[in-house]
Each structure stands twice: as structure tokens, then as C-alpha cells.
Design a protein around this ligand. Structure first.
Ligand SMILES: Nc1ncnc2c1ncn2[C@@H]1O[C@H](COP(=O)(O)OP(=O)(O)OP(=O)(O)O)[C@@H](O)[C@H]1O
Ligand SMILES: [Mg+2]
Length: 433
């Protein structure tokens, strides 16, 4: 081991005067909150010191770690950014002059939360929310693996979650152990899945212990963790299946393509090749898919909105329904462009403002509008007739939305002092009211 002191080396990817001015010569733990704009944000247990700084209107996460690991993590995060994968974005890397110390700077992931927040604030009798979280983890690992990224330490604590329409989006936050290969072998993927299952089980039991759950619950938690592997394999299989068809049945590939679109994947190339030897005239289908932004790209092209895939799916449905309504009302065909422009002005913007106001300005306004649509739809289904926006806005405002709806997760977004945790007592009270 070298004992040589390295020289200060500051690399920042934004020329932010506030970032440059930070006391980079001092160990992160000694930065003085009266002199540095530190923000107190609780993080779960972590090996390295993580602190948050707000400068020039941006919030940054700073992590102190050995130089070699920091350089590796920075390189991986830059590559994940290039490939538009869901991970925290690297802001810089600072090699400090004291022995083997570096600070990795990442952009704070806005409106995201750790799994603890969901598990601690929503009671265990809400299995759908837990499933959303497990699906998100499986989806993230599939996205990484498709891009040759071996995570190496996939755990609930190394993942952040954000709301995306009716689902959750998971983000990689810790890439210390990650490696990028041209392609992963089945063995490498399986190894990563095994790590995930073990870590997720540990994370769930950790929360159960804090909540005082009986040890008899643990088996169910381990089964839940194992279900992430099942979810992963189902998604991987859907993306990599190579079914065969006879030439006359080739129209069936349409169903395959639609399934991929439903999962959010745009198709890049479809190939149909003879499956076997001359005798066997069956065709094998191979589909190359792009990133999971099928609906998001369509919505962006029509409206310029840049939202998550889960949100885009809901908004596109709303736009299409509006287009049908407009055509009936006007009695003439309405182009996609005209429908999109009118929907933005007449439906989406006012609806988003109303929904955001109803929830006291908390959370993402676009998500607020998605919640409004969901609650309106569920309440209308219960009532057997369209209830309109009024009752849905009121339900959102009072947080008495249908149980297990995605909108119920809004409770997790608010800071603890802004909204009470969704305890059993509170739920009973709300239901009585
Ligand atoms: N860019 C970011 N945005 C939001 N939160 C962040 C960010 N970076 C780190 N965090 C928070 O800090 C926590 C610790 O970060 P990280 O996992 O990278 O540290 P670590 O000490 O290396 O962890 P480990 O113990 O797994 O090695 C994360 O779980 C997350 O809650
Ligand atoms: Mg970590």
C-alpha cells in the first residue's frame, strides 16, 4: 500500500460556483454546517459517510470513500447516464489530498424515497403497494442486465423509488460494486439475482424488526424477496422469448409486439428467420427492443411533455379518450396534433393545477393529475356512473382514496410532519368519516 499523499484533483460536471467553493481540502465529516450549506436528510445505514449540500439551486449528495472505489463508481455512473439507465447522475469526483480519500458527487434524486419510507408508513395489509415495489426492483435489474451491467450489490438500501403513474420506478443509487460488460452470461445474471434475493430479504426483515413484527412473519418476507426473482424471470422471458410460427400464422407476431408495447418497450427490429433445416419451414421470431419508453416517446412527440413511462401510459389514454370525445362533439375527424394541443390547454394543464392544489402542492404535479384520473375512475366504477372531477379532487385532498390505489402512495411523498403516517387507527378513523 502506498503512503504517498495525492494532490487535490477536483472534477465537476457543472460549473457551479457554490460547488467549487466547498471546503474540498477538509474531510467531509468535518465540514461545518454554519459555513457550508449542508442539508439534513436522513439516510439509512450506510458504510460510507453521505452528506447533502444545496448550492446554486441544486441539491447534491456527497459520499466519502476510498479513491479507487470512487473513481470506479464515477466511471460506472457516467456510463449508466450515457445509456439513459435509471441511476443517480454523477456530478463530480474530487480526489482529496489526505490519504486515500475521495468525494463522489451525485445529483440528489428529487421526489424519491427509500423503501423504508413506504414500508414504515403503509401498513402490511396493503400488498399491492409492496408488489409495486418488488416489480420495480425486478424491472430495474432487468434493465441493467440488458445493458450488460452487473450490479453486484442490489439491495433495497441501494435503490431509490419514485412514483410513476400507477407503478413505481426504481433507481440504482450505489454502483460501488458494479461492472459493465458487453453482455452478461446467464451465470452472471443468476449470481446478481441471488445477491438481490438475499439482500431484499434482509432489508424486509430489518423493517419488520423495527416495526416489532413477530418472527413468524419472516417466512412470508423471504417468500416476497424470492418473488423478485420470479418477477425478473417473467420479464426477462417476455423480452427474450423466440417463439416459432408457420409462415401462414405470421400474423400472430402482432400479439407478441403488442405485449412488448404493453410492457413499455418500443420495438427496434423484428426478424423472422427459418427456424430449422429445409424440412422445417417454421419461422423463428426475434425482437430487439429499445429502452422502456414506448408511451413516453409517443407522448413527448405529441405534446412535448417529458414524463415517466408509467405516467405517459395514463396520459396517452386520457388524450385518446379526449380525442374521441372531440371528434364526436365536432362531428369531424380531429388530427392527433390538434387533439394534443387542445388536450394540453383544456384538460391536462387545468386538471394538473387542480389536482396539485387539492393535495396541498405536495409531490409531482404530473403525478397528481395521474392520481386524479385513477381516483376518478375508481370512484366512478364504484358509483356505476362518471362522478366527475369534484369528488375525486375532494377524495385526494382528504386522503380518503380507494384502498390500494396508486394514489394512496401519495402519503409517502409528504414529509413526516406534513402528513400523518397511514396507521391502522388513522385508516379506521378515515373509513368511519
Ligand atoms: N444522489 C442521491 N440522491 C438521493 N439520495 C442519495 C443519493 N446518493 C445517496 N443517497 C442516499 O444515501 C444512502 C447511502 O448511499 P450509498 O448507498 O451510495 O452509500 P454507501 O455508504 O456506499 O452504502 P453501502 O453501505 O451500501 O456501501 C442511499 O441509500 C440514499 O438514501
Ligand atoms: Mg449503499
Amino acid at each position: 500500500m502506498s503512503t504517498k499523499l495525492s494532490s487535490l484533483d477536483i472534477r465537476l460536471r457543472v460549473a457551479s460556483p457554490g460547488l467549487i467553493a466547498l471546503p474540498w481540502l477538509e474531510p467531509l465529516g468535518e465540514w461545518d454546517a454554519t459555513e457550508v450549506p449542508l442539508r439534513d436528510i436522513p439516510v439509512g445505514p450506510s458504510r460510507h459517510l453521505v452528506r447533502f449540500v444545496e448550492t446554486d439551486g441544486n441539491l447534491w449528495a456527497l459520499k466519502e470513500l476510498p479513491q479507487r472505489i470512487a473513481a470506479k463508481e464515477y466511471a460506472v455512473l457516467r456510463e449508466l447516464e450515457t445509456r439513459a439507465l435509471p441511476a443517480v447522475r454523477p456530478g463530480g469526483l474530487v480526489m482529496q489530498p489526505h490519504e486515500d480519500s475521495a468525494i463522489l458527487v451525485t445529483r440528489y434524486l428529487e421526489r424519491s424515497w427509500q423503501y423504508r419510507r413506504l414500508f414504515m408508513r403503509i401498513p402490511p395489509d396493503r400488498p399491492k403497494h409492496r408488489e409495486r415495489l418488488l416489480d420495480a426492483m425486478a424491472g430495474l435489474l432487468v434493465d441493467l442486465h440488458r445493458n450488460g451491467v452487473f450490479w453486484g450489490d442490489c439491495s433495497l438500501a441501494n435503490t431509490l423509488f419514485s412514483r410513476d403513474g400507477q407503478v413505481l420506478q426504481a433507481w440504482l443509487v450505489d454502483a460501488e460494486t458494479s461492472e459493465i460488460h458487453p453482455k452478461l452470461s446467464n451465470g452472471q445474471r443468476q449470481y446478481d439475482i441471488d445477491i438481490l434475493v438475499e439482500n431484499v430479504a434482509g432489508g424486509m426483515i430489518d423493517v419488520a424488526v423495527r416495526l416489532g413484527a413477530p418472527t413468524s412473519d419472516y417466512d412470508a418476507l423471504i417468500a416476497e424477496a424470492e418473488s423478485v426473482a420470479t418477477r425478473y424471470h417473467a420479464l426477462w422471458e417476455a423480452l427474450h422469448a423466440e417463439p416459432t410460427f408457420t409462415f401462414d400464422d405470421r400474423y400472430q407476431i402482432d400479439g407478441q409486439i403488442r405485449q412488448l408495447h404493453q410492457l413499455g418497450f418500443a420495438v427496434e427490429e423484428v426478424s423472422l428467420r427459418q427456424a430449422g433445416d429445409d424440412e422445417d419451414r417454421r419461422l423463428r421470431l426475434k425482437v430487439a427492443v429499445a429502452a422502456r419508453r414506448y408511451h413516453a416517446t409517443q407522448l413527448h412527440e405529441l405534446t412535448g411533455l417529458d414524463v415517466g413511462e408509467g405516467q405517459a401510459r395514463i396520459l396517452l389514454d386520457d388524450l385518446r379518450a379526449y380525442q374521441c370525445h372531440l371528434q364526436k362533439w365536432l362531428g369531424i375527424p380531429v388530427t392527433d396534433q390538434i387533439a394534443a394541443a387542445r388536450w394540453l390547454e383544456e384538460v391536462f394543464r387545468p386538471g394538473m393545477a387542480a389536482a396539485h392544489k387539492a393535495v396541498g402542492g405536495l409531490g409531482d404535479p404530473v403525478q397528481g393529475y395521474c392520481d386524479l384520473l385513477e381516483v376518478r375512475w375508481l370512484l366512478s366504477e364504484q358509483a356505476g356512473t362518471d362522478v366527475g372531477d369534484g369528488p375525486a379532487l375532494e377524495a385526494l385532498g382528504r386522503r380518503v382514496v380507494p384502498a390500494q390505489s396508486a394514489a394512496e402512495m401519495a402519503i409517502v411523498e409528504a414529509a413526516t410532519d406534513q402528513l400523518p403516517a397511514l396507521t391502522r387507527e388513522l385508516l379506521d378513523e378515515l373509513e368511519e368519516a
